[in-house]
Design a protein around this ligand. Structure first.
Ligand code: ADP
Ligand code: MG
Length: 248
């Protein structure tokens, strides 16, 4: 399998703390991979390194054969790697539609055209994605008025605007009611079936087990296990990392 994303030996330190400690991670074209691990195990920090929001202290990241270790986030977005954030980033005062328009212009041409009018093709793409994500009835609502789950869907829509080949999702379901979680799972399955690879950071282990072909487990910044959801959930080291304190 040639990897779409191929990161090796990724290290990220904050002062004396090594948040990510030499992690190798690969995602194949069209694959859906879960990244799980206890709180503070380095999942978001690894995402920041992969999407080039943070610099690496060691290691390398390749995307589609291109060394992106020193790329800037908008360059990475242009190559086809998009991400969402654990803390949702939408413009609360703008409408759902305007947020969608802005997201693509950032990836395409940078800030210069931010306040111009989107072209017709972009507007059609916004319409189609809002329809797909069940947000069409909310297109003229202020983003600040959406529920947590609706904002999650909007953020996924914003990430999909640039037609990425790899989508990094950080905590897509946290704080969202179960009905909407099932809805998000359905949408992600469909996005993935359309050929978009997905790397999913999740708290909700069941969600990951249902969706992902392969799971990577982090613990204290290092890779603890990797395999199919079934293999990983039965791995004694994984059970220990999640439930160790209670089990003894
Ligand atoms: P996760 O997403 O798995 O919960 P994080 O990547 O957010 O974990 O955090 C990993 C570790 O790095 C934690 O100990 C956290 O406190 C620390 N950390 C994360 N971001 C920073 C930062 N900007 N400055 C200092 N420490 C940080
Ligand atoms: Mg996190």
């Amino acid at each position: 399998m040639t990897a779409l994303l191929d990161a090796r030996g990724v290290v990220k330190r904050f002062g004396g703390l090594t948040a990510v400690d030499g992690v190798d991670i690969r995602v194949g074209a069209g694959e859906m991979v879960g990244l799980i691990g206890p709180n503070g195990s380095g999942k978001t920090t690894l995402f920041d390194c992969l999407s080039r929001v943070s610099s690496l202290d060691a290691g390398s990241v390749r995307f589609d054969g291109v060394d992106i270790t020193r790329h800037r986030p908008h360059q990475v977005a242009r190559l086809g790697l998009a991400r969402t954030f654990q803390l949702i980033r939408v413009y609360r005062e703008l409408t759902v539609f305007e947020n969608m328009e802005l997201s693509i212009q950032w990836a395409q041409v940078g800030a210069a055209r931010l306040f111009g009018r989107a072209d017709p093709a972009t507007r059609r793409r916004v319409e189609a994605l809002l329809e797909f994500l069940l947000l069409a009835p909310l297109r003229d609502e202020r983003a600040g008025a959406l529920s947590g789950g609706q904002r999650r869907l909007l953020e996924i829509g914003m990430a999909l605007m640039s037609e990425p080949r790899l989508l990094l999702l950080d905590e897509a379901t946290s704080g969202i009611n179960p009905t909407l979680v099932a809805e998000i799972a359905d949408r992600l399955r469909e996005v993935n079936a359309g050929g978009v690879a997905i790397l999913l950071v999740e708290h909700n282990v069941r969600f990951v087990a249902e969706l992902c072909h392969r799971v990577v487990v982090l613990d204290r910044g290092a890779k603890l296990a990797e395999g199919t959801p079934g293999q990983v959930m039965e791995d004694p080291a994984v059970i220990e990392a999640y439930f160790g304190a209670e089990g003894e």
